[in-house]
Structures are given as structure tokens and as C-alpha cells.
Ligand binder design. Structure first.
Ligand SMILES: CCCC/C=C\CC(=O)SCCNC(=O)CCNC(=O)[C@H](O)C(C)(C)COP(=O)(O)OP(=O)(O)OC[C@H]1O[C@@H](n2cnc3c(N)ncnc32)[C@H](O)[C@@H]1OP(=O)(O)O
Length: 276
């Protein structure tokens, strides 16, 4: 049913879908050339297999409408953009589920990072680890100035490591030394700090969403041929690197996560979250 609905119908009839399947995202259209994809998986928009698959399929649907030039990625939760990967997916999983889960994350990254659409991440709330991955995969990042928010790659704090392509993406975004420091220390940056190192492009005092729409419309004014070719030039290498190592990366991830030491670390981290 999903594939037969046009993106426009999706936005105008969210109830039509929620009665049959849970989409976990909402799609709206603030202007004829701009789509908004709002993450909507309470409580924290963590990325489960179903969530990652839904985001990917909605991006592909939006992309298939030639009128749409820009995509804003945001959250229905004003305090949390996304808490990253759903940690429960990595806690005592079956190897089959874990592999499928990781493939859904690879596919989400490849789809978002290489889409023809100009992508704006509208970061109103916390954006750790996989949340930061989503934001970094976009072309432009706007974040709320709230100093209590954090964005960054805190994987080491859970006793895990970012995969090579996420490390490479971070290096491309903030430079080698800052990436090495940020990754090893599992640092979450305040919006001011993130702006300073280029992890976000703009911080906003008032309505972040309004600024994101403005930026999305600016991108939509740029001739498509030029911007798409430029994006391919800047991003093609990393996309090809991962595409050539999909199986190797799945093997690395599943072996790493299924190790007993990693499992103990993940269990401890989950306990510390629920004790808060
Ligand atoms: C090996 C390679 C992988 C590389 C790629 C990415 C890795 C990852 O993304 S791992 C995930 C890393 N994410 C985090 O460390 C964030 C953890 N969460 C938080 O810090 C806070 O929850 C957050 C600041 C986002 C929000 O804080 P609060 O508003 O105070 O909410 P709570 O902490 O009370 O959380 C509510 C509820 O959600 C559960 N939760 C939180 N994050 C996750 C998550 N990532 N996955 C699954 N579940 C999560 C939390 O345990 C609470 O559950 P209950 O106690 O059952 O209510």
C-alpha cells in the first residue's frame, strides 16, 4: 500500500497510514519544492530496524517526486533529535537480526548521504551517536542554541567504536585531529562548540524550524544539475568505499557487538540509562 501512495498523499493523510502500519515518521510540505521528514518514534527517536527502514523508504519516496528539491530532517520531540541507534537492538540479539539491523543502518546512511535532494538537518534537541550520523549525512545543519544540548559521537562511552565510514564522515566534517579527539573521548559538543568545529553550520536563538525552511528554500533555488554533480564529487568516494565493503562491515559490526565484553558494556550502559 505504501508504494502506491504518492509522497503528497502521505503528507495529507497520515491517519490513513497509521491505521494499517506505523510509519514512525511524518512527512509534510511547507512549500512546493521542500519536504519535511519528522522523526516520530517516542520516547527518543532511537533507530531500530523498523525506524531506519521507514526513514530510508520515505526518503526514496520523497526523492521520486521531481518537484521536490530540498528535504528537512527534524524531530517531533523538541528536546531530542535522535538518541542514535536503538541500543536494545544490540543487546543479546540474534546474529540474523543484528545483521539485518546493521544493513538497515548502512542503507539509511547511503540513501541520505547520496540523495539528489539538498538535505537540511533541523536539530532542535540532543543528537548523540546515530543522531549525529543522521545530521552529518545532511548537506546543512541548523541547531538550537540551547547550551544543554549535545551532539557528537559518544560510542566509546558505550564500549563500542564507530565503523570506518562513520569515522571517515566525521573526519570529513570536522578534520582529522578533532575527529580523533572527539571519537576517542566520546565527546558530546554543545551547540556553540559544534559550531566552532564545523559540526553544525548555524545555531539559532528562536525557531530553528523556520531557519531550516529558509535554508531549504535557498538550496532549492540553486540549479539542480550543478548542485547534484557537486554533491557526487564531494561524497562519491565515501559512498563507493562503503558500497565496496558492505559485507566486510556487517561482519565487523556483528563480531564486535556479539563479543561477551561488548555485551556486558551495553548491558551496563542500558542499566545506567534506565536508573537516571
Ligand atoms: C558499533 C557501531 C555503532 C556506531 C553507531 C552508532 C551507535 C549509537 O548510536 S549507540 C546509541 C548512543 N546513544 C546514546 O548514548 C544516547 C542515550 N540516551 C540518552 O543519553 C538520553 O536518553 C537522551 C539524552 C537522549 C534523552 O534523555 P531523557 O529525555 O532524560 O530520556 P531518558 O534517558 O529517560 O530515556 C527515555 C527512555 O528511552 C531509553 N533510551 C534512551 N536512549 C536510547 C537508545 N539510544 N536506545 C534505546 N533506548 C534508549 C531510556 O533507556 C529510557 O527508557 P526507560 O527507562 O524504559 O523509560
Amino acid at each position: 500500500m505504501l508504494s502506491r501512495l504518492s509522497p503528497r498523499l502521505l503528507s495529507s493523510s497520515p491517519r490513513l497510514l497509521s491505521s494499517s502500519i506505523r510509519t514512525l515518521v511524518n512527512v509534510t510540505y511547507p512549500s512546493p519544492s521542500v519536504a519535511v521528514l519528522e522523526l516520530d518514534r517516542p520516547p527518543v527517536n532511537s533507530l531500530s530496524l523498523e525506524m531506519a527502514t521507514s526513514i530510508t523508504s520515505h526518503i526514496k519516496q520523497i526523492e521520486s517526486d521531481p518537484q521536490i528539491r530540498s528535504l528537512i530532517l527534524t524531530s517531533s520531540n523538541p528536546k531530542i533529535f535522535s538518541a542514535g541507534l536503538d541500543i536494545t537492538e544490540m543487546s543479546r540479539p540474534s546474529k540474523t537480526r543484528l545483521s539485518t539491523f546493521w544493513r538497515s543502518i548502512q542503507s539509511l546512511f547511503l540513501t541520505l548521504y547520496s540523495t539528489r535532494l539538498s538535505t537540511i538537518s533541523c536539530i532542535t534537541g540532543h543528537s548523540p551517536a546515530g543522531g549525529c550520523l543522521l545530521s552529518m549525512s545532511c548537506d546543512y545543519r541548523v541547531m538550537s542554541r540551547n547550551p544543554k544540548l549535545g551532539i557528537g559521537l559518544n560510542e566509546t562511552r558505550l564500549g563500542i567504536a564507530a565503523p570506518f565510514w562513520l569515522k571517515d564522515l566525521f573526519v570529513k566534517t570536522v578534520g582529522y585531529r578533532e575527529a580523533e579527539l572527539g571519537l576517542s573521548r566520546g565527546k558530546l559538543y554543545s551547540p556553540e562548540e559544534a559550531l566552532k568545529i564545523g559540526l553544525v553550520d548555524e545555531i539559532v536563538d528562536g525557531e530553528v524550524y523556520d531557519v531550516a525552511v529558509e535554508r531549504a528554500e535557498e538550496y532549492a533555488e540553486i540549479p539542480e544539475k550543478g548542485i547534484v554533480a557537486t554533491k557526487r564529487m564531494c561524497r562519491g568516494e565515501l559512498v563507493r568505499d562503503l558500497e565496496g565493503k558492505i559485507e566486510e562491515d556487517v561482519g565487523w559490526f556483528t563480531d564486535f557487538i556479539l563479543e561477551e565484553g561488548t555485551q556486558k558494556g551495553i548491558e551496563g550502559y542500558l542499566k545506567s540509562l534506565s536508573k537516571k
